[in-house]
Design a protein around this ligand. Structure first.
Ligand code: ATP
Length: 436
């Protein structure tokens, strides 16, 4: 029952996302390609807003983090040093009867196949490397193999000293990056939850060894607080510290921020104490001295790293799932104004008496500062509903009173309440409301 319900919500969300232009299946006219998605007009705005909110909190509002945009293709030795060539694998099993493929750590192998129901049909588990390979240059041989990065973090580690020197930074400081990552996932699914091409927002914070535990606690708390800015339902968020047996090969401690999706609790963000693992390995594999020199204590050491890593697409799904609300007469996306794709719509109540002209003047005034939408077709009720489904938090309507006193109605998406606002207050009103 619960499962049917949850599938139902996901089906509705997927269909709304397509119909309203948030998310499309990639290459749909060719039957689609599994676990790759395209963002439509509303989706691209929402994704950009999420990235901006993250960047603002990581880079603009602080004075100890610098930005970086490293390339996707890197020297293949990077992935040997990081441990990904050897160890970035998942155990894979196939059902010999129905040929379905599973991650051995995600199903109970002593039970029947969850797809066909036959017993004892699984193959032995094989390790499968999740990195996508390609070739650099015209010759397709093993000397020319390069990988599509499976995480953005390594681009930060190999640039640690470039950034430190260029920005004249001393420890502690961090480097933030947003960019694509690729994983040949065995069982992708749940819409954009697990994709093969996705975007990460990662920050690596470099600290003195011995101060890592303090900074780990600090980042746990800071990231926890950040989720409030997304306006998510707090009862659907939980925080899970990994036990020793759950830790990744590079981590001394890990903490997940999880959300209760319609298909269950799952990780949205990971916060890791990666120790000096990555820099030490890059020092070993590159032969370059990557130690930090502390000019006060005159010591040389390899910094420890605290990482915060969140998938942008997964976070967007979190926000959509959290915002999706069915009410008696409408479907509404109750998105936080800061991440809503369209900030406001402007309507003339009717297409006469100079109302469209005034509404167009208002919208032209807002353009450039905000993503806004003008609509004069259909009843005003229908226009509100269309904006509710798109998650637009405010609608301004020009009516006959506007002609008398230069005020408009502002209609709030969530409460559907309306009040009057002077036309020249619209811009400051929006500026205030959409601050993240
Ligand atoms: P999972 O256990 O779900 O595979 P992970 O623990 O391997 O994830 P990390 O390597 O810690 O994930 O990646 C950091 C973040 O990147 C995740 O919290 C998630 O938000 C995002 N992410 C990882 N893999 C994917 C994917 N295949 N599709 C979308 N987002 C992803």
């Amino acid at each position: 029952m619960a499962k049917n319900n949850s599938n139902n919500v996901m089906d509705k969300l997927v269909s709304l996302a397509k119909r309203r232009g948030f998310i499309f299946q990639s290459s749909e006219i060719y039957g689609g390609i599994n676990s790759c998605y395209d963002y439509g007009p509303l989706g691209v705005e929402m994704k950009k807003n999420i990235k901006e909110l993250w960047w603002k909190s990581m880079v603009y509002e602080r004075d100890d983090i610098e930005g970086l945009d490293a390339s996707i293709l890197m020297h293949p030795k990077v992935w040997e040093a990081s441990g990904h060539v050897e160890g970035f694998t998942d155990p894979m099993v196939d059902c010999k009867v129905c040929k379905s493929r599973f991650r051995a750590d995600q199903i109970d192998l002593s039970k029947p196949c969850p797809v066909c129901g036959n017993k004892n049909t699984f193959t032995e588990a094989r390790q499968f490397n999740l990195m996508f390979k390609t070739f650099m240059g015209p010759v397709e041989d093993s000397a020319n193999i390069v990988y599509l990065r499976p995480e953005t973090a390594q681009g930060i580690y190999v640039n640690f000293h470039n950034v430190r020197e260029a920005a004249r930074r001393k420890l502690p400081f961090g480097i933030a990056q947003i960019g694509k990552a690729f994983r040949n996932e065995i069982t992708p699914g749940n819409f954009i939850f697990r994709m093969r091409e996705f975007e990460q927002m990662e920050m690596q914070f470099f600290v003195r060894p011995g101060e890592d535990e303090k900074w780990f606690e600090y980042w746990k708390e800071t990231r926890r607080q950040w989720y409030k800015r997304l306006g998510l339902n707090e009862t659907k968020l939980r925080f899970h510290q990994h036990g020793k047996d759950e830790l990744a090969h590079y981590a001394k401690a890990a903490f997940d921020i999880e959300y209760e999706f319609p298909f269950g609790w799952n990780e949205v963000e990971g916060i890791h104490n990666r120790t000096d693992f990555d820099l030490k390995r890059h020092m070993e594999y590159s032969g370059k001295d990557l130690r930090y020199f502390d000019d006060q204590s005159k010591e040389r050491f390899i910094p420890y790293v605290i990482e915060t890593s969140v998938g942008c697409d997964r976070l967007l799904l979190t926000c959509l799932a959290d915002a999706y609300t069915e009410e008696e007469e409408r479907v509404v996306l109750k998105l936080a104004p800061a991440i809503a794709p369209i900030k406001a719509a402007v309507f003339p109540l009717v297409k006469r008496d100079g109302m469209p002209e005034i509404a167009k003047k208002i919208i032209n005034d807002l353009r450039g500062d905000f993503r806004v939408f003008y609509d004069e077709s259909g009843s005003v009720g229908r226009r509100y509903r269309r904006m509710d489904e798109a998650g637009t938090p405010f609608c301004f309507t020009v009516d006959s009173q506007t002609l008398e006193d230069n005020t408009v109605t502002v209609r709030y998406r969530d409460s559907m309440e309306q009040e009057r606002l002077a036309m020249d207050e619209i811009k400051p009103f929006l500026q205030e409301k959409i601050k993240g």
